[in-house]
Design a protein around this ligand. Structure first.
Ligand code: ADP
Ligand code: GLC
Length: 495
C-alpha cells in the first residue's frame, strides 16, 4: 500500500459524544472507515456537556492543559482531552477541546429556553478554531489533510491562509471543507470579525464579508483548497439559486471547479436490521414477515391499533423548515382521510412541534408523536414503519432515507439533494424502484406521491419485491470513503 495519509477531521458533533443531526453520524462513520482503509485519522470536536468523562473514558493530555488562546482582547484557557471511537475493527483517536464556560451547556448551539442561538456562538467557535490550530502546534503533528466540516470550523481555513501562512508545520498541509448544509452559515456582526484576529483586509467581498457581516461558512469556502458537499445533486443545487445557496450561490458558482459532491454513506454497524440491538425483532430480506413484530411494537409504543392492512408512515427529523413539513400542514385534512397511520419523532421549531402534537391529540388512533431526541425510538420507527416520509424542501444528503431503505421501509421523498441520488420511484421503474419520489415542492405533489405509495402497498407482491430491492442496496461508506481519499491524494499532488 502507498504511504498512509494523516488527517485531522474537525467537526462540532460526533456520535456518540454529541449530536443534533446527520453531521454527527457522518463525523463518526467516515473517519472510522478511513482508518480501516489504513490511514492515520484523528478527530477533534468541542467538549460539550454531553461528553461525559466517565462514560467515554476521557483523559487529560497534560501538555495540552490550560492553553491560553486569544479572542479579541480576552485570553481564555482551553484544554485538550482525549478518548477513542471504537468499533470492532478500529480505534480512532478523538480530541475534545474543552472550556466549561463556553461549551458545557444544555444544548450545542441553541439556548433551549429562548430557542435562539447562544449569544456568544461567535466566541465559542472562534475559540474552538484557534484551539484546533494551537493543538496541532503543541502536538507538533503535521497532518497531510485538515478536513473541516460546516461553518463552525470555517475560520480554520482562513487562519491557516493568513496568520499561519508561513508556519513550517503546515507547509504541506491541505485543507478540505465539507458543506453539510448551506443554510447554516455562522453569520455574525462585524464586531465579531474583529475578535477573530484575521487581518482587516479580509473583511471584504472577496474575503469573509457578507452583506456587512462576517460569514464563517464563506470563510471555509473562500480559503479551503478543496470544497466537498454531501451529494452530487446538492453540489449542483447550491450554485443554482438562492433557494439552495442561501445567498452564497454566487460563491458556490465561482468555486464550482474546486467542488465535488460525494454521497454520504451510512454506518452499517449501527443501522442494520439483522443485528440491531435496539429493535424488538431483528430481520433481513429473507425474513420480511418478522418486520411485523416491530410494527406491532411500534403501534403499541404509540397506542395505535395494529392492523397489517394499514401502512404506518414514519418520520424522524429535526423539525425545521428545511424538512418540508409545511407541505404536510397544508394538506393535513386530506392526509388524515387516507388509510394510514403516522408516527413522528422530532424536535425543533415550536410551530411544528405544536402542529404534530395537536394532530396526535385529535387523531388518537391515527397519529403518534414523540417530541424529543431518542436514538432507540428512531431505530424502532425505522424498523416498524412501512414507509418513511421526507418531503424536504432541500436535503444536502439525508441519512434517514438510506436507513429506511436498509430496513425495508420504503421512503417517500422529494427529488432534491441526496434524496434524489438515493431513491428511485417505483411507479416510474417498477423493476428498479425503491420508493416514491415527487419533484415539485408542492403539497399537491406530496399527496399524490403518498397516494401512489398507499396504492402500491395494497399489492403485496409488488411491495415485497421493492422492499427486498431496497434492503439489498449498498449505501455503506466504503466507496464514498475511498472517494474522499482520492480527493485528499489528488490535492496533495498539487503544489
Ligand atoms: P439532518 O442532519 O439534516 O438533521 P439527516 O437525515 O442527515 O438530517 O440526519 C438526521 C440524523 O439525526 C439521523 O441519524 C436521524 O435518525 C437523527 N435524528 C433526527 N431527529 C431525531 C430525533 N428526534 N431523535 C432521534 N434521532 C433523530
Ligand atoms: C446536514 C444535512 C443532511 C445531511 C447531513 C450529513 O445536516 O441537512 O441532509 O445528511 O448534514 O451530511
Amino acid at each position: 500500500m502507498a504511504k498512509p495519509l494523516s488527517i485531522l477531521f474537525v467537526s462540532s458533533e460526533v456520535v456518540p459524544f454529541a449530536k443534533t443531526g446527520g453531521l454527527a453520524d457522518v463525523s463518526a462513520a467516515l473517519p472510522q472507515v478511513i482508518r480501516e482503509l489504513g490511514h492515520d485519522i484523528r478527530i477533534i470536536m468541542p467538549k460539550f456537556a454531553a461528553v461525559s468523562d466517565r462514560k467515554f473514558k476521557i483523559h487529560d493530555i497534560k501538555r495540552l492543559t490550560d492553553m491560553p488562546i486569544q479572542i479579541g482582547d480576552r485570553t481564555l484557557l482551553g484544554s485538550v482531552k482525549s478518548s477513542f471511537l471504537t468499533n470492532i475493527k478500529t480505534k480512532v483517536q478523538v480530541y475534545f477541546f474543552s472550556n466549561d464556560e463556553l461549551y458545557c451547556r444544555s444544548d450545542l448551539y441553541v439556548d433551549p429556553n429562548t430557542k435562539k442561538a447562544w449569544p456568544d456562538n461567535d466566541d465559542r467557535f472562534i475559540f474552538f478554531c484557534r484551539g484546533v490550530i494551537q493543538t496541532l502546534l503543541l502536538l507538533g503533528w503535521r497532518p497531510d489533510i485538515i478536513h473541516l466540516n460546516d461553518w463552525q470550523t470555517g475560520l480554520i481555513a482562513a487562519l491557516l491562509k493568513t496568520e499561519y501562512a508561513d508556519e513550517p508545520l503546515f507547509k504541506n498541509t491541505k485543507v478540505v471543507f465539507t458543506v453539510h448544509n448551506a443554510a447554516y452559515q455562522g453569520i455574525f456582526p462585524k464586531a465579531s470579525f474583529e475578535k477573530t484576529g484575521l487581518p482587516a483586509k479580509m473583511f471584504k467581498q472577496e474575503g469573509v464579508e457578507f452583506h456587512g457581516e462576517m460569514n464563517l461558512l464563506k470563510a471555509g469556502l473562500m480559503y479551503a483548497d478543496q470544497i466537498t458537499t454531501v451529494s452530487p445533486t446538492y453540489a449542483r443545487e447550491i450554485r443554482s439559486s438562492e433557494d439552495y445557496g442561501f445567498g452564497l450561490e454566487g460563491v458556490f458558482k465561482r468555486k464550482a471547479r474546486k467542488t465535488v459532491g460525494i454521497l454520504n454513506g451510512m454506518d452499517t454497524a449501527v443501522w442494520n436490521p439483522e443485528i440491531d440491538s435496539l429493535i424488538p425483532q431483528t430481520y433481513s430480506h429473507t425474513s420480511l414477515e418478522k418486520k411485523q413484530e416491530n410494527k406491532k411494537a411500534l403501534c403499541a409504543r404509540f397506542k395505535l391499533p395494529f392492523d397489517p392492512r394499514i401502512p404506518v408512515i414514519g418520520i424522524v427529523s429535526r423539525l425545521a423548515d428545511q424538512k418540508g413539513f409545511d407541505l404536510i400542514k397544508e394538506k393535513l385534512v386530506d392526509i388524515m382521510k387516507m388509510n394510514l397511520q403516522l408516527v413522528v419523532l422530532g424536535s425543533g421549531e415550536k410551530h411544528y412541534e405544536e402542529l404534530f402534537t395537536k394532530t396526535a391529540k385529535k387523531f388518537k388512533k391515527k397519529v403518534g408523536v414523540h417530541i424529543g431526541f431518542d436514538e432507540e425510538l428512531a431505530h424502532l420507527i425505522e424498523a416498524g414503519s412501512d414507509m418513511f416520509l421526507m418531503p424536504s424542501k432541500y436535503e444536502p444528503c439525508g441519512l434517514n432515507q438510506m436507513y429506511s431503505l436498509r430496513y425495508g421501509t420504503l421512503p417517500i421523498v422529494r427529488a432534491t439533494g441526496g434524496l434524489a441520488d438515493s431513491v428511485e420511484d417505483l411507479d416510474e421503474k417498477p423493476k428498479a424502484g425503491t420508493g416514491f419520489v415527487f419533484t415539485e415542492y408542492s403539497a399537491r405533489d406530496l399527496v399524490d406521491a403518498m397516494q401512489r405509495a398507499l396504492k402500491a402497498y395494497e399489492d403485496e407482491k409488488l411491495w415485497q419485491s421493492a422492499m427486498v430491492r431496497a434492503m439489498k442496496k449498498d449505501y455503506s461508506w466504503d466507496s464514498s470513503a475511498r472517494r474522499y481519499i482520492d480527493v485528499y491524494k489528488k490535492l496533495l499532488k498539487k503544489k
